[in-house]
Ligand binder design. Sequence first.
Ligand code: ATP
Ligand code: MG
Length: 397
Amino acid sequence: MIVEHLSLVDFRNYATAELALHTGPNVLVGRNGQGKTNLAEAVVFLATLGSHRVSSDAPMVRDGQEYAIIRARLSHGERKVLAEVQLNRQGSNKARINGSPAKTSELPRYAHVVLFAPEDLQIVRGDPSSRRRFADQLLIQRAPRMSAVLGDYDRVLKQRTALLKSARARGIRGEALSTLDVWDDKLVALGSEIIVARQRLAADLQQPVADAYASIAGADHQPQLDWALSIRGADPEDGEGGALESDGTLSPSMCAELFRASLLAKRTQELDRGLTLTGPHRDDLVLRVRGLPVKGYASHGESWSVALALRLASAELLRSESPAGDPVLILDDVFAELDADRRQRLASLTAGYEQVVVTAAVEEDIPEVLHAHVVRITAGTISDERSLAQDEETADD
Ligand SMILES: Nc1ncnc2c1ncn2[C@@H]1O[C@H](COP(=O)(O)OP(=O)(O)OP(=O)(O)O)[C@@H](O)[C@H]1O
Ligand SMILES: [Mg+2]
């Protein structure tokens, strides 16, 4: 698919914005703080229903306004779809597809986007939550119904944890807390679905990640992906991830069984701490190269190669599974982070996608194969885009 046109109202630093995009490479250039990433973020929101920078939606609404609108005309070959979302500072967001009200969770069915950003280094170097977020966003892209499952799990988790906290405050012990069972059932049902889907995702990414890593790094360091599961006794959130990683993917029934057993085993501890200590919210996607965990061992360059490989593999996976064609690739400010070899390799690996959007503060950082359809961004205004050829004719302006 491609984004043919993006319109924004009161989104971040844009009062209004109209941006036409082309098939193939598109370049957004502008000095720091002008609004390049904001444009990328708006497109990503349609695909993942979230931002890669903030966990709540309010910061995306322009200062002093009540709501923002992101509207995109998408093209899947001959088929055009107008996807729209209103982000409300208060209350839930509202979506429209082709002008008719729709559930927001419908949007990822139409918008497929893979974003590469400097923050991606956090996927490999940051907390387990960054890796869970990476995986969950991809789960939603693969199967949009997962956004409801993930949302429901979060709600159940919050309610259950609130119950544990109030029980702790009132000094109630394990067996006396029968209401917990109801929440346990929901937690296990939703949580197992998430764990199984995440494990399948890691398995399906394994080969594409290995291929992408070899292409980017120019060497085969055998990257591996494995979930460290809290229901199997790993506790990455408390810094104990390494030892107890999975030995194969779980069936849904095995997963539910382990989950229940783990809840039972941790109940006393949970009441002591007022926390839900087991479940997909405590898991970690452990990444390795050369048999060693990337986090804590890999060099800066290797870490970047893994991060890029995860994004490239995501793009390959979506490309191979989606009848709607390629995802849109957005490369936000990544070339400045990379050495010359990785720059060239990344450029040639992405140039074949239906549509690529590249942002940069310094135009010279953009490799030649991606240097087309340049648009200039200045303080929340988008200047008429001109082709590179026209640009060169007026090189002195
Ligand atoms: N909710 C908001 N309301 C108004 N302005 C905002 C809001 N959120 C962010 N901004 C402003 O948007 C501006 C542009 O941000 P953006 O991250 O898109 O810049 P950029 O062009 O990607 O810069 P860089 O090259 O440094 O990455 C920032 O100056 C920021 O203050
Ligand atoms: Mg930026």
